[in-house]
Design a binder for this molecule. Structure first.
Ligand code: CTP
Length: 402
């Protein structure tokens, strides 16, 4: 799963209370198929033991750079050489300073100095230390040198203080790693626009016409496009999902807002994938005041929303992908939409089938294009996204072979 499988990642843990979160990070990375080596600074080892990391990664974790018995003294060169990326999480003020100055005083700063792989730094410290001119100058040095600084986030810290200094969430850090590892993949230099979620069409100030879309399929597509190096824009209806790292999220509510955002972003895009469940109708007019309960019944007058995919039209160099959410006559309806909306590909899914459709983490779809149909087995929405992007990448290669 993801572009993390079988990648060699070194996790450098430095002395911050957030070190305990690094154990969760190590566990999630290992579960995602990463071959993880963990090095700790002596200060980090006061917060969490190497054994914790060893237990979750299944490989030795190292602290002492002069431990000849474990071979740790030459280890940093070996780890630095084979790493696909070095992740320093948490990065304390001291470790950030060491990396900025090129001081190799422990296994973390040694590996940082010795590696040529991309480095991701996730600061975690008290706000006073983070905001100090020294720390800010060091972080600036790291950014200028091309290192990726992720976080910190604002919040309440272990010290009781509130402000910037909390290490980013584990999922954000993993998103940053996937982004960094995918930078040169097959969609590098391409712009992909994805729409996600359902739209909400206002009835009055407290009500709307909506649908059950969770946004999961669209968010998975955006992450998968980001993981392959695409410059990714996600036009999202209201969804209770975290913003993916390095994806430009444009929040919208109504179909008309989604149309405006999608059309504007498509002007210079290479591909558009409409996974959103766009409302087909909107109230003819939104009432300015809350509709009262006094009447016995109520009729809503609805008018058609714009068909976004149809409005995009055909443009040479733009690959267009739609979704067909159906409850009957799946393939006939999908083919009709493929033609009517002039698409390159349509992802047909029976929203009433088990394990498919709204809210689920899995999907069972059939890919339909001018050539034929490919029925895919039940798989995660991320895997479905990868299969859709395989088709998009192939269509782009075909359109402009190099
Ligand atoms: N779509 C769109 N604009 C709309 C409605 C749908 O761009 N106003 C897009 C969807 O994002 C999807 C595709 O068109 O990619 C098909 O959507 P679907 O709801 O299955 O089809 P409709 O065109 O709405 O037709 P019907 O509701 O009759 O099935």
């Amino acid at each position: 799963m993801y572009n993390l499988t079988d990648r060699e990642i070194v996790l450098g843990v430095s002395g911050s209370i957030a070190a305990y979160k690094a154990a969760d990070l190590a566990s999630k990375l290992t579960q995602a198929g990463v071959r993880l080596d963990v090095v700790l600074t002596p200060a980090a080892a006061k917060f969490v033991t190497p054994l914790t990391f060893q237990s979750v990664s299944g490989r030795p974790a190292y602290v002492d750079m002069f431990d000849t018995a474990s071979g740790a003294s030459e280890l940093h060169i070996e780890l630095a050489r084979r790493a696909n990326a070095l992740l320093i999480a948490p990065a304390s003020a001291t470790t950030i300073a060491r990396v900025a100055l090129g001081l190799a005083e422990d296994l973390v700063s040694l590996t940082a100095l010795a590696t040529r792989a991309p480095i991701i730094v996730c600061p975690a410290m008290d706000p006073q230390m983070f905001e100090h001119e020294a720390t800010q100058a060091h972080l600036e040095t790291l950014r200028r040198r091309g290192l990726h600084v992720v976080g910190p986030e604002e919040g309440r810290l272990a010290s009781g203080h509130t402000g910037p200094g909390r290490m980013s969430e584990v999922q954000t850090i993993i998103g940053a790693l996937r982004y960094v590892l995918g930078k040169d993949a097959d969609l590098a230099g391409r712009k992909v626009v994805v729409s996600a979620g359902g739209t909400q069409e206002p009835v009055d100030p407290v009500r709307y016409v909506g649908n059950y879309s969770s946004g999961k399929m669209g968010y998975a597509l955006a992450e998968a496009a980001r993981d392959r190096g695409a410059d990714t824009v996600l036009v999202s209806g209201p969804a209770a999902l975290p913003e993916p790292y390095a994806v430009r999220v444009l929040p919208v509510r109504q179909a008309t807002e989604m149309r405006d955002a999608v059309l504007a972003e498509c002007a210079d895009a290479d591909a558009v994938i409409m996974a959103a469940a766009v409302a087909d109708y909107q109230p003819a007019e939104a009432v300015g005041q809350k509709i009262k309960r006094r009447q016995k019944g109520l009729s809503l007058s609805l008018v058609r929303t714009p068909d976004i995919l149809a409005e995009i039209g055909r443009r040479a160099g733009l690959v267009k992908v739609g979704f067909a959410a159906e409850s009957e006559n799946l393939l006939t309806n999908a083919r009709r939409k493929l033609d009517d909306k002039r698409l390159d590909l349509i992802v047909a899914n029976n929203v009433t089938a088990e394990g498919s459709g709204f809210g689920s983490d899995t999907n069972r779809v059939t890919l339909v294009d001018g050539e034929g149909e490919e029925e895919l087995p039940l798989m995660s929405k991320y895997e479905v996204a990868c299969r859709v992007l395989d088709r998009v990448a192939a269509a782009l290669r075909e359109a402009s072979p190099d």
